[in-house]
Each structure stands twice: as structure tokens, then as C-alpha cells.
Design a binder for this molecule. Sequence first.
Ligand code: GLU
Length: 507
Amino acid sequence: MQPVRVRFAPSPTGALHIGGVRTALYNYLLAKKTNGTMILRIEDTDQTRFVPGAEEYIMKSLEWVGIKIDEGVVQGGPHAPYRQSERKSIYKQYAQKLIDEGNAYYAFDTEEELEAMRNRLKATGSSNQQYSSITRMMMNNSLTLPEAEVKRKLESGDAYVIRLKVPDAEEIALTDLIRGEVKVHSEQIDDKVLMKSDGMPTYHLANVVDDYLMQITHVIRGEEWLPSAPLHVLLYRFLGWEKQMPQFAHLPLLLKPDGNGKLSKRDADKAGFPLFPYNWVDPTSGELSKGFQESGYLPDALINFLAFLGWNPGTEQEIFSMAELVSAFTVERIGKAGARFDILKAQWFNQQYLKAKSNDELAEFLLASLPAGSCTKEKAAKICGMLKERVTFTHDFATQAKFFFEAPAEYDQQVVSKKWNNDAVTVLTAYSQALASIQELTAEAAKTTLENVTTTLGIGSGKIMQALRVSITGAGSGPDLMIAMEILGSTEVVSRINRALSTLKKV
Ligand code: GLU
């Protein structure tokens, strides 16, 4: 079998949507599984849509999630350059071949003429107002104008485009690895622009030429490109490359969390979840697109989540490292049906991945949120160890560990009104005195001392537990209190209890 060569071919028009990351991932998994090659090609022929910083954003995002590129803009490779705007001179000869063989033509229509054509068709009630086999003969192009006139126009530098001449009445068929046989009647396809007079190709021509020249074996991309596939088939045929045509696999759509319709940035913004790997601020509008990274997700959890959006291993196993995904992945197990984007599932994966990390690794998330030197790595690891069953996001460590570094500025009023009573005050007064004589407070000692105090006073410890917690942490719930007390140390615990006793006494 021919070695697999796949490409991820984004256009640098803004932040890389998470659906794009999934496309890149499936390409990468197939490449790695087959010892093939993963190519990153930047499709920037539409200069009007070029957005500064977008290309860097794409590369940084792929790197963050662990998708490694074998050939690309940065890595180079045998088919360099990998940025289409730098390949401009390559495309011309192919456009010329299409013209010479009667499969493409020059069109000189102005924007106004195109508009007039559409309006005319609209007025006759036609639902199809495309530049096509039906309309092309009424327009200004090298099929309708005398040859000398065409020559004169080209020589005098009149603006033109090169359009594909789509055959009249033909069923164009292709086999998609996910969807099976796909057939489209040529009447549904318009005479797409392949090249503009400035010599810049459009997406369709550049994409097909590059896939051929770069010897791409599989085109794995989003479902939104399925309608373009028959057009690409025509180009392969007209350019004489049918035998080298890659296999196509069009990935299922990502659906809104409720499964109704295509997932959009609006849905994500409304529900407050991210849809991009990193935060992205649009350079013109200043609008923020929220990133998974800044929202506290781990890259391996995100990858695991994305892998399951449209693919499944056919077993019950859900947690897959990248290496495990590589060995389990097959294109055959990608589904046709749209994949519901369930952010709760992403959170669940994140929890699993956080839990699986060592305390030392987790300590880094906490330390990053603290002033340098304010906490030892050992203490941070201990705190993270006790919190790791309770966190969803990386920033949860900082939020939930706050009380270790700051005595409570206020106390949860609900807990206070329910639990701060005479029994609590009696027990906490005696407990604080007993703790003051302990130098090295362990969780065990904190517990037995509390038991001794409550037994002596004849007050059940269960009745005062929340009052104790609120005095130390300010909140009514949280991680194991005895371990928290051990980490805080007896001096701090005693001072916090005493402060609560004097502040809350009168309540
Ligand atoms: N440049 C296209 C995009 O931005 C690539 C489509 C394809 O993979 O053919 O999605």
C-alpha cells in the first residue's frame, strides 16, 4: 500500500475552531497509525480574509494539544513551500491546461452584470441563479465572445476570472470513506471561479493542485466541504489525475449541546463554554473567543474528548492517551451522524485527567497562582492531593486552596445562622485551648483532640463540625478538614478559631 500522506489545510482567517482541531486530530491519528506523514498546509489564497496572527495561533494550538507536524511551513519538506500564497506561480499552468483543453474559460463579467443576471433569473422565478451550463452562454466569456475580442481583452489587461466548465448533464459520483457513495448531478454545481486575473487561484484549484503535488492519499475534512467534493473530482479528471485522486472522508458536523443544529460560537458564548484552544481576541473587532486552555482544561483531556466527537472505539473504554488513540483509531469507526457537543462530557474528561496526575504535577497549577516563594512545592503538592477529587478545572486548585493562604475575611452566613450556637461556641473555645498545646498538629491529633473535647463536654462532634469548618475556612463545605488543619498548623488553626469566636460571638 502507498504510504499514507494526510494534510490539515486551514485558512488563516481567525482563531482555529475546535472542529478544526478535531479534523487535524483525525488526520494525525491516521498518519501515526500507518507510519504516514502529517502535513500542515496554510490555505491563504483569499487575501481578503487573511487575519494577522491566525497562522501562529493555528500552530500554537496544534502544538499545545500534541499534534505534531511532519511537513509544513515551519518544518519544511520535499514539497515546500507549504503556504499557498507562496505557491502562486505553480497554479497558473494548471489553469492554462484546463483552458487549453476546453474545461475552463475566461469570464469578463463585471459585478453589475453578475448581479443583473441573478436578478433576471430571480424575476423569472428560477430557484437557481448560478453561473452555470444554463446561464454561461448569456454572459461575457470566452465561450460567447469572438476569439479576437477575447484576445484583445486579455492583452489590454481587462479584469477576468477563469471558470470551470462544468459538464451539462452528468451524475458525478465519488466514494466517501464515511458516507459511502455520494452522487451529485452536475446541474447542482456552478461554474466555480478557479483563478482571478491577478493570478491568485481560489480554494478549489489550489486545494486540488496541492493535494495532487503533495501526494496526499486521504483528504479528511469537515462535512461542510462535501458539496465541493464533486467539483474536485471534476478537476482531478480534467487535469488527468483521476488515478491519483485521494480518498475522501468527510467528518460529521458538530452539533449544539441539545443536538439541534450546528454548533456555533453564539451557543458557546451564551452557555459560557470555550470553543477554541486558546483565547483569541479578534484584531479588528476586539471580540474575545474563549479558549479551553484559559478555561482550565488539560490538552490531553481535550484531545480525548474531541476524539469521541464522531468516532468511537467500539468498546466501553473511554480514557485514551494520544498513543492509545493512535492504535485504536480507524476511519471506518467514524460515524455519519452529527456529534453532539456536550461540554459536561469535556468537563468529565478533564476531571479524570486531573485526578490521574501526580500531586507534584498538580502542585504546579497551584504554585502558578501564588506569589513566588509563598508556598513550598511540598505543601502545594499536599494541598493539591487533598483537592484533586474535588476539582474540574486547573484553576479550581487556586480557588479551593485560597483559605490555606488567607484567613477567612467573612463567614458563610447561612452556616453561621444555622450552626453557630452555644454548643459550638463551648466546644470551639475548649478545642482551641487544647490545640494550643500541640506543636506539630497532625490530622490524627486534630481528630482525637476534638473527640476528647466533645466527649468531656457531652456534645456530639457532628453538631459542631460545620461551625468548626466555617471558623477555619469561612465556608460550610470543602475538603477533609482534619488534613486541612494539619497543613495549616496549630498556631494558624488556633488563631482562626479564636478570631471566629470573637467575631461571631454575638450572632
Ligand atoms: N482551507 C480549507 C479550510 O479552511 C480546507 C478544506 C479542505 O481540507 O479541503 O477548511
